[in-house]
Design a protein around this ligand. Structure first.
Ligand code: PEP
Ligand code: MG
Length: 573
């Protein structure tokens, strides 16, 4: 098969050689061996190869990612040379006449079980180190390759079953030109990150890891959702032309970078950006973002071994607030859970993580962690225009409790003589249908709403946003979703509050005309979508879009809505 179809997750076209980021097959059989000395030597050779490999990775990590990340590989090297682990493996080979693979596995498993059962964070981390090192040594014994993404040093298309947000965060933007995965949807967090990193991506192809080998030449078409494997020279030529056309279109949009966002009849809306780290600010500026409508702070907590300190958080929030030079910055408190895990919190596995102990539910329980974040935010508040928003609010009680905790921390800081901004707007994400339905009640108490359609759609349609098999139910223009959105916007306006949207729907060209008609005040999206959205908004007439919105709210299917929007807003596709 040399054409795969998937979900267009991040626009653009990328062409490069494939790099498989896939778990290798490390299965083996237990064997008895005659020449135990040769077997021990085979094991020692695998140890040396692992050591050389790890030293190279540690060096590269130190240069590219800093001493912090390199320390992980330092710990792995220590495990490799620990006689307490190595000697029993060699003894087992010699005394039991077994192959090195089984001696390694059984010995390592014994230590892993022992360390994991200890009530001690440090020992639990050692268990994780042993597991990683065992995998590496086994791969050398079996002659298969463990993927080392940190060693990528040429232009590459990453091929993976799935990419976790922390895998994605560690991708080197210089070399990783695109990615394709077997699973995932347009609103899975790896897709969202690909958009903010401007890396073209196609997800949910079902079989990328089966059909693509290391070194294959691959085209990722993040506009159509296609992946071409070892394409003909005609297809490559055609894509070179499409790539040039896409770049020319982007250059056209780029002319709007310093413009404000007005409709043709002079109605102003705010086009803000979603960011994951202070590094994303460059993209916000280059794409003319009028503010930050969603700062997903959880990325500060990921790809590391323990919680970030108050000081580290303060520095990150301050950098974003200062960087935005007084423009509005909506910071969302920690939204961990679903597809964003923090292994070091050691939370039990759940049957339905998207419906589980996550986001504000976790923060209200883990008070220490929550308060540290709130303190860091409050301390940073004097460096810009900070707004704080709580995720996954399902009940008014949750909001009241979160807000009261924020007030307590504010009082404490002020008592300590720390200066905190006088007025900080406090709002919520509307991403659970219960909250949308009683938005009128919430509107009396919150300063603003930001509609999180990625989750609101998954909960309203009962369709996991990660699951490509039900991705057809991810229907932003379904009248049920549009009615919920209307309820939220109307409720906010009735109380003199503003309503924004920070789910991916806010940057969707079919949704935008309807949202303009419904009166949405702020649209927050991947920075790379802003200029295209601005160009579209400038062509729309608010009064006409109000008429369109009223019509589509009375329709019964997504396709009817799409047809109506295409006609009213003159969309190309
Ligand atoms: C959302 O749910 O729409 C949202 C913006 O939050 P996240 O995608 O981080 O869950
Ligand atoms: Mg969400």
């Amino acid at each position: 098969m040399n054409l795969l179809n998937g979900i267009a997750a991040s626009s653009g076209i990328a062409m490069a050689k494939a790099f498989r980021l896939v778990e290798p097959d490390l299965s083996f059989e237990k064997k008895s061996v005659e020449d135990v000395q040769a077997e021990v030597e085979r094991f020692q050779a695998a140890l040396i190869k692992s050591k050389v490999e790890l030293e190279a990775i540690r060096e590269k990590a130190r240069v590219d990612l800093g001493a912090d990340k390199a320390a992980i590989f330092e710990a792995h090297l220590l495990v490799l040379s620990d006689p307490e682990l190595v000697n029993p493996i060699e003894d087992k080979v010699k005394l039991e006449n077994v192959n090195a693979e089984i001696a390694l596995k059984e010995t390592a498993d014994m230590f892993i079980t022992m360390f994991e059962s200890m009530d001690n964070e440090y020992m639990k981390e050692r268990a994780a180190d042993i597991r990683d090192v065992t995998k590496r040594v086994l791969s050398h014994l079996l002659g298969v390759q463990v993927a080392n993404p940190s060693m990528i040093a040429e232009e590459t298309i990453i091929v993976a079953e799935d990419l976790t947000p922390s895998d994605t965060a560690q991708l080197n933007r210089q070399f990783v030109k695109g990615f394709t995965t077997d699973i995932g949807g347009r609103t899975s967090h790896s897709a969202i990150m690909a958009r903010s990193m401007e890396i073209p991506a196609v997800v949910g192809t079902k079989s990328s890891t089966k059909d693509i080998q290391n070194g294959d030449f691959v085209i990722v078409d993040g506009l159509k959702g296609e992946v071409h494997i070892n394409p003909s020279s005609e297809i490559i030529k055609q894509y070179e032309e499409e790539h040039a056309a896409f770049e020319a279109q982007k250059a056209e949009w780029a002319k709007l970078v310093n413009e404000k966002s007005y409709t043709a009849d002079n109605h102003h809306v705010e086009l803000a950006a979603n960011i994951g780290t202070p590094k994303d600010l460059e993209g916000v500026k280059n794409n003319g973002g009028e503010g930050v409508g969603l700062y997903r702070t959880e990325f500060l907590y990921m790809g590391r071994e323990q919680l970030p300190t108050e000081e580290e958080q303060f520095e990150a929030y301050k950098a974003v607030l200062e960087g935005m030079e007084g423009k509005s910055v909506v910071v969302r408190t920690l939204d961990i859970g679903g597809d964003k895990e923090l292994p070091y919190l050691n939370l039990p596995k759940e049957m339905n993580p998207f419906l589980g102990f996550r986001a504000i539910r976790l923060c209200l329980e883990e008070q220490g962690m929550f308060r540290t974040q709130l303190r860091a935010l409050l301390r940073a508040s004097t460096y810009g225009n900070l707004k704080i928003m709580f995720p996954m609010i399902a009940t008014l009680d949750e909001f009241r409790e979160a807000k009261a905790t924020l007030e307590e921390e504010k009082q404490k800081l002020m008592n300590e003589g720390v200066v905190v901004a006088e007025k900080i707007e406090v709002g919520i994400m509307v991403e659970i249908p219960s909250t949308a339905v009683i938005a009128d009640q919430f509107a009396k108490e919150v300063d603003f709403f930001s509609i999180g359609t990625n989750d609101l759609i998954q909960y309203t349609m009962a369709a996991d946003r990660m699951n490509e098999r039900v991705s057809y139910l991810y229907q932003p223009y379904h009248p049920a979703i549009l009615r919920l959105v209307k309820m939220v916007i109307d409720a906010a306006h009735k109380e003199g509050k503003w309503a924004g949207m920070c789910g991916e729907m806010a940057g969707d060209e079919v949704a935008i005309p309807i949202l303009i008609g419904l009166g949405l005040d702020e649209f927050s999206m991947s920075a790379t979508s802003i200029l295209k959205a601005r160009s579209l908004i400038r062509s729309l007439n608010k009064a006409d879009m109000e008429k369109l919105a009223n019509e589509v709210l009375q329709m019964s299917t997504t396709s009817e809505v799409m047809t109506a929007v295409h006609a009213a807003a003159n969309l190309e596709r």
